[in-house]
Design a protein around this ligand. Structure first.
Ligand code: NAG
Ligand code: NAG
Ligand code: NAG
Ligand code: NAG
Ligand code: NAG
Length: 557
């Protein structure tokens, strides 16, 4: 039997597509990033494709890049059966720094494809650098001679940008001011004016808003419910804008997916508004004239996930792992998450030298930086049957921070789906066995495991640190520089080829290989999926607010 059959459907999802043909590629790379109308639906519904869009010359470069696949290695079942059984030590031994470095160089050159449009290298969703990254992942997978069935999954993602904002209360401009991500702009991008109205309690109920909040600007305390809910409540009572205050700042929050009632929303540190709060508690109608301005946009764009599953192995007991293919707009994202993207590609390649007992499914998620959108879209779109086949999900985001520590997400079997704690133990045991120190970090919603946990799939992962500051004990355990960020180039232009620690990257890629090898061999002792045979209602998005404080980079409440 020839395995190489890209048309074969894994039937993971109705919206999953087989490898896009050259023709489809030309369609979804042809539109300019401002035009979201072209490939949103046509990948999901191939029968109903609109006529191809005109192809601007600049975009054609990716098509020309496309290699010919005429000489693919095609393995057949007989050849596959001659491969050795999966062995963790052997798989790990094949991981090399040179291979990671060479792929990083390629990835950086792909990020440079955005320079014309963005002024610098980036792989942010919607950019030529991100399309080229997705293209590269697909191309590398296709070189593996049919060992994998490859799918892409297109989805709409929210692309929000805040360009500028300002606030004046009683003639005074707060010193620390922050705009909530995905905030709408003020109408016509002109300032709005009104009196400052203090909201009672936490603004999570419409009853907390005085009647005179209408046509004014509300001041709301952080906590109890999501920022988005406060902003929507403000909109529902007719307020023009909202200001959220907290004792800590800056808030670094997001309003989350807009539902329509949101108003322009800014955040301040409590001490800067303490004086107004005190006054308004005494005289709620006291007039503090307020002017608030936000220039921002929120738009839908289309992007895609890539999913590759071994053709062989038990497809009812799937080992899954993922990294995100996109970067932030500020830079090329070689560590975040070029490192995870590349580690997965490398392990996927090395795995082809072995036979597996359980199927292994690799995912490259898009729009992580916009709020974990790709992974969540994927996890939410699994049918109950497909969901039940995934035994666990392993998240690999930022494997190579230059001032690294070896971080293991602090998941457990009680608060998280049963098996999450077993996965954590696998990482811990490996670091111990290799004489390496490790540290637990909060499993609080910062990366792509959220969608899986919320759909009851056991999950966990490792990382090496982002904008956190290395303290004395971390320096003693891992070396590096005290009082400096784990990744001083986090979300910046300098997250380039000189940023990653290739040492940490190699160590963690070996651990990724180990995690794949162990579970591809056997799930003996690993908890069965909970409720596998029950007709359980899927946890919907609202569930996210309960379990996790964050969605990606930003706090949601
Ligand atoms: C994005 O698309 C969704 C689904 O089609 C739609 O409900 C929503 O209003 C759109 N959002 C924006 C900001 O255009
Ligand atoms: C130092 O940082 C680590 C994480 O890097 C943390 O677990 C630990 O609690 C911190 N120690 C102190 C004394 O703050
Ligand atoms: C682990 O941390 C201890 C300090 O807690 C340190 O003495 C030791 O050298 C570290 N081990 C490695 C391999 O870095
Ligand atoms: C997890 O599953 C194991 C069996 O695989 C079981 O012994 C254990 O009690 C379960 N833990 C929880 C918290 O449900
Ligand atoms: C439900 O349980 C039965 C028997 O234990 C098993 O044969 C079947 O595959 C299970 N169904 C699902 C969807 O897991």
């Amino acid at each position: 039997m020839k395995i190489f059959s890209l048309a074969t459907s894994l039937a993971i999802l109705s919206t999953v597509n087989a490898f896009p043909t050259l023709d489809l590629w030309s369609k979804f790379i042809a539109p300019s990033p401002n035009d979201d109308s072209i490939f949103i639906n046509n990948l999901a519904d191939p029968q109903n494709e609109p006529a191809p869009a005109p192809k601007p010359a600049e975009e054609m470069v990716y098509i020309e890049d496309f290699e010919s696949f005429d000489n693919l290695d095609i393995i057949d079942e007989t050849a596959y059966k001659k491969l050795p059984e999966i062995d963790t030590e052997q798989l790990q031994s094949l991981v090399t720094k040179d291979a990671l470095r060479s792929r990083a160089e390629t990835l950086f050159s792909l990020a440079e494809k955005s320079t014309g449009k963005y002024g610098h290298p980036t792989r942010v969703i919607g950019s030529p650098g991100h399309f080229a990254t997705v293209h590269y992942i697909l191309r590398e997978l296709r070189k593996l001679g049919g060992y994998y069935n490859i799918k892409s999954q297109s989805f709409k993602a929210l692309d929000g940008r805040v360009n500028s904002y300002s606030l004046l209360i009683d003639g005074v401009q707060p010193k620390t001011l922050d705009a909530l991500q995905l905030t709408p702009p003020t109408p016509n991008k002109a300032p709005v004016h009104g009196n400052l109205v203090l909201v009672l309690n936490s603004g999570c109920s419409l009853h907390d808003y005085p009647s005179f909040a209408k046509d004014n600007i509300v001041l709301v305390k952080r906590g109890e419910c999501a920022f988005g809910e406060k902003s929507r409540n403000a909109g529902k009572v007719g307020a023009k804008a909202a200001i959220i205050y907290d004792s800590n700042g800056p808030l670094q929050g997001t309003l989350g997916t807009p539902e329509g009632d949101e108003v322009p929303t800014l955040a301040v540190v409590e001490k800067e508004v303490a004086h107004y709060i005190e006054q308004l508690q005494k005289v709620p109608t006291h007039k503090f004239e307020t002017t608030l301005y936000v220039d921002s946009y929120v738009r839908n764009i289309s992007t895609l996930n890539v999913i590759a599953e071994t053709a062989f192995g038990d497809h009812d007991n799937v080992v899954s792992l993922g990294a995100h293919s996109d970067s932030v707009g500020a830079g090329p994202g070689i560590n975040d998450d070029g490192s995870g993207t590349i580690s997965l590609l490398e392990v996927a390649k090395l795995l082809t030298k072995f036979k597996v007992n359980n199927a292994v499914r690799f995912g490259w998620w898009a729009a992580e930086e916009e709020g974990l959108l790709g992974s969540e879209y994927y996890a939410n779109s699994l049918s109950k049957e497909e969901n039940a086949k995934i035994r666990l999900f392993m998240d690999y985001d930022m494997m190579a921070s230059p001032n690294y520590e070896y971080e293991v997400y602090d998941a457990n079997n009680n608060d998280h789906p049963n098996g999450s704690g077993d996965l954590k133990d696998l990482y811990v045991d490996w670091y111990k066995q290799h004489g390496l120190n490790f540290t637990f970090v909060p499993f609080d919603g910062r990366s792509d495991y959220v969608g899986f946990i919320n759909n009851k799939i056991p999950a966990g992962g490792i990382a090496t640190g982002a904008e956190g500051v290395k303290n004395k004990s971390s320096k003693e355990k891992f070396g590096g520089e005290e009082n400096k960020w784990f990744d001083p180039c986090y979300h910046q232009l300098c997250d380039d080829l000189s940023n990653p620690s290739y040492e940490a990257w190699e160590v963690n890629t070996k651990l990724i290989a180990h995690s794949v090898a162990v579970y591809a061999k056997s799930f003996a002792g690993f908890p069965e999926r909970e409720g596998k045979n029950e007709t359980e209602a899927k946890v919907q998005q609202s569930g996210l607010d309960d379990l996790f404080m964050r969605r990606g980079d930003r706090y949601i409440m």
